[in-house]
Design a protein around this ligand. Structure first.
Ligand code: IMP
Length: 180
């Protein structure tokens, strides 16, 4: 945990999140209508709250699987490496797949994960991200569905952490160091 003092400012309310998740669920259900079964893949750990709400707004047969990827390296763009820490349990070959991400920031994680999962031959694969910070992008990455586009602010809550805390906040807040 950081020793620096910080404050949390509410940014996106639980009500706004719920309304947007309902819309996303409706759009995803329409887009995948007729699927035999949708494989919804949550990227751990940040997406666990979002995926729990989102699947309850998806009106299709679906199953849930999880993948944990970690981004390694120092802060220079070229040395970022994404590794799989926990792989899917199921096979996605020939299946309809929706990858659920908490936030697309530099884009490294989602672009690598999508590339790796596409290589497994799904029938169709799309990504839904709760948040997107387009101004931070280092590699090309765009989710098919995005909950909210946000400016370059560090956000927490609704599954997102700061030093492994605050994932349980029901809303999304911004973190500001008080000595800044
Ligand atoms: P990317 O590879 O830079 O796109 O980073 C993706 C991961 O970084 C996300 O899945 C988050 O876990 C984490 N992350 C990026 N921005 C934030 C933030 O503002 N708050 C909390 N976690 C973040």
């Amino acid at each position: 945990m950081s020793d620096r003092a910080y404050e949390i400012t509410p940014f996106i309310t639980a009500k706004q999140i719920a309304a947007r998740v309902e819309e996303l669920g409706r759009e995803i259900s329409q887009s995948f209508a007729g699927t035999e079964k949708l494989v919804v893949v949550g990227l751990l750990r940040g997406s666990f709250v979002f995926i729990a709400d989102l699947i309850r707004e998806i009106d299709l047969p679906c199953e849930v699987d999880f993948l944990e990827a970690s981004s390694y390296g120092n802060d220079t763009t070229s040395s970022r490496e994404v590794r799989i820490m926990k792989d899917l349990r199921g096979n996605i070959g020939g299946r309809d797949v929706l990858v659920v991400e908490d936030i697309v920031d530099t884009g490294h994680t989602i672009s690598k994960v999508m590339e790796m999962l596409k290589a497994r031959g799904p029938r169709r694969i799309e990504c839904c991200a709760m948040l997107d910070k387009p101004s931070r992008r280092e590699v090309e990455a765009k989710a098919s569905w995005t909950g909210f586009e946000i400016p370059d602010k560090f956000v927490i809550g609704y599954g997102l952490d700061f030093a492994q805390s605050h994932r349980n906040l029901p809303y999304i807040g911004t973190v500001k160091f008080t000595d800044e």
